[in-house]
Design a protein around this ligand. Structure first.
Ligand SMILES: NC(=O)c1ccc[n+]([C@@H]2O[C@H](COP(=O)([O-])OP(=O)(O)OC[C@H]3O[C@@H](n4cnc5c(N)ncnc54)[C@H](OP(=O)(O)O)[C@@H]3O)[C@@H](O)[C@H]2O)c1
Length: 490
């Protein structure tokens, strides 16, 4: 197994992401023996606290959020390499002192000047921190690699994303920028390409001749909890669609890459983004539905506008459903329906491939209908593949009956797939970029998103428009029913 040798500097070390995802992921990498001895972590935060206090807090976080439980010995081994450093991101001289601190630890752990900076901070700090790293020479490439991991969202629109990209590229260069989209680290997302390109019975029929429509659903039962402040500035459009869901679409719709190297795969994904039909204002009204949750029928959940740090007249969308067209030969005439929302009835991430019915089917079900085949790629919480097809109904009649084969990857007791952040952190340390997004992917996806944002800016939404613990606004059902189809809610 290849070993890493580097310093990991987490800006935003006292934040929610570090506590819930990053440190538990590092702990699991330690269990898997995937961290070398030449490695240490500095967590940078604004609050005053000692390294000992920070380690104690992270111990509790690992106990709560690690997928594998807790082992004191492993934790001690990891925690010996964890340090806390207090610094204000906007400060000046503080970065010089910080570099001294970093250099001393680099000597101690022999990390050869390799530095991975992880920006687990709110987006307005991305540019500020990178500029300071540049100004005070911390990202200077002399001796060892200098890489930066950027969290989402990358900009608020195309214009701000371009500005940010220029700023970061100036310091790190595109080859050292790791734009994270944690969906890409999920096991089943990586499995989409394997399934498509390693199975004779899928790839030849993966086109408009055999597929009727594709649905991409990513729904949550949770509301915004304490993240209202962040969410007010992003909404479902920027928080989910611009990154995670368009990436899922790209993996589902892309052509087979010539090879499996990073750039070949990214090239094919970019072609999908280029093929997205950009909607006019009127087309946005017809094809895109936005929503915001109200209280639940039984009053158990509060409305979005009553959550912590949200405005009581907020126009932020917590739901979006849309019909997307990918303009190329393979997908001409096949609609992609995408739906995402908070406080929905069901928690799941799924891709539903609905095949066409056989034109003149010899065998119909008991209602005299031809039942189309369906393939469902389950990403979360169940990881697996569900296939529905027709067989003969046992007995005297000659009717067809739909049956299913259901492969569940994480149903076996004791098996838990690695968390996305484990894969992504390790890949960034090893310089493996396949699961991170390239600038042109971001650029084309913003072009698509901006058209929706622009159309919305001209209209005041009628919010709230769906009940918490429901399947979203009625308009979303109307959107798909207009085409004679239904959302997959099973
Ligand atoms: N949380 C998640 O589940 C999640 C999931 C996906 C992506 N993300 C992304 O990850 C990033 C971080 O999110 P988060 O939820 O972890 O945010 P958060 O809980 O608000 O944490 C922000 C961190 O930034 C620090 N900070 C803020 N201003 C500072 C300043 N001027 N100087 C020094 N430190 C400062 C805070 O330090 P103090 O606490 O000491 O003030 C804290 O450590 C965001 O880009 C978010 O979009 C988060």
């Amino acid at each position: 197994m290849e070993e890493t040798s580097n310093a990991l500097v987490i800006f935003g070390g006292t934040g929610d992401l570090t506590k819930r995802k990053l440190v538990p992921a590092l702990y699991n990498l330690k269990i898997e023996k995937l961290l070398s001895k030449e490695f240490f972590i500095i967590s940078v935060g604004r609050r005053e606290k000692s390294t000992e206090e920070f380690i104690e807090e992270m111990k509790l976080a690992v106990k709560e959020f690690s997928r594998t439980g807790f082992d004191e010995d492993i934790w001690v081994c990891l925690s010996e390499r964890i340090y806390y450093y207090q610094l204000d991101f906007s400060g000046t001289d503080t970065y010089l002192e910080f570099e001294n601190y970093l250099c001393n630890l680099e000597h101690k752990y022999n990390t050869k000047g390799n530095r991975l900076f992880y920006l687990a901070v709110s987006p307005e700090y991305f540019g500020i921190i990178v500029e300071k790293l540049h100004k005070y020479g911390l990202a200077n490439e002399n001796g060892g690699f200098k890489r930066v991991v950027i969290e989402k969202p990358f900009g608020r629109n195309l214009e701000s994303a371009r500005k940010l990209s220029k700023q970061i590229t100036h310091t790190f260069g595109e080859e050292n920028i790791y734009r994270i989209d944690h969906y890409l680290g999920k096991e089943m997302l990586q499995n989409i390409m394997v399934m498509r390109f390693a199975n004779t019975f899928f790839e030849p029929i993966w086109n408009n001749k055999y597929i009727d429509n594709i649905q991409i659903n990513s729904t949550e039962t949770l509301g915004v909890s304490e993240r209202g402040g962040y969410y007010e500035k992003s909404g479902a459009l920027r928080d989910m669609l611009q990154n995670h869901l368009l990436q899922l679409l790209a993996l589902t719709a892309m052509e087979p890459p010539a090879r499996l190297d990073t750039e070949s795969v990214r090239d094919e994904k970019v072609k999908v983004f280029k093929g997205l039909k950009i909607y006019s204002d009127e087309e946005v009204t017809q094809n895109v539905v936005r929503g915001q949750y109200d209280t639940s029928v039984n009053g158990e959940y509060v409305a979005y506008r009553d959550e912590l740090r949200t405005a009581n007249d907020s126009e932020t969308e917590t739901f979006i459903a849309l019909k997307v067209e990918v303009e190329n030969y393979r997908w001409e005439g096949v609609p992609f329906y995408i739906r995402t929302g908070k406080r929905m009835k069901k928690k799941s991430i799924e891709v539903i491939i609905q095949f066409k019915s056989l034109g003149k089917s010899l065998y119909l079900n008991e209602l005299n209908e031809s039942v189309p085949n369906q393939l469902i790629i389950r990403i979360q919480p169940t990881e697996g593949i569900y296939l529905r097809f027709n067989t003969k109904k046992p007995g005297q009649e000659n009717a067809a009956i739909p049956v299913s084969m259901d492969f569940c990857q994480n149903c076996e007791i004791g098996y838990k797939s690695p968390e996305a952040y484990e894969k992504l952190l390790r890949d960034a340390m090893l310089g493996e970029k396949a699961l991170f997004t390239r600038w042109d992917e971001v650029e084309y996806s913003w072009k698509f998103i901006d058209a929706i944002g622009k159309a919305w800016a001209n209209n005041i939404p009628d919010f709230p428009n769906y009940k918490a613990n429901s399947y979203g606004p009625k308009a979303a059902d109307d959107l798909i029913r207009r085409d004679g189809r239904e959302w997959w809610n099973e």
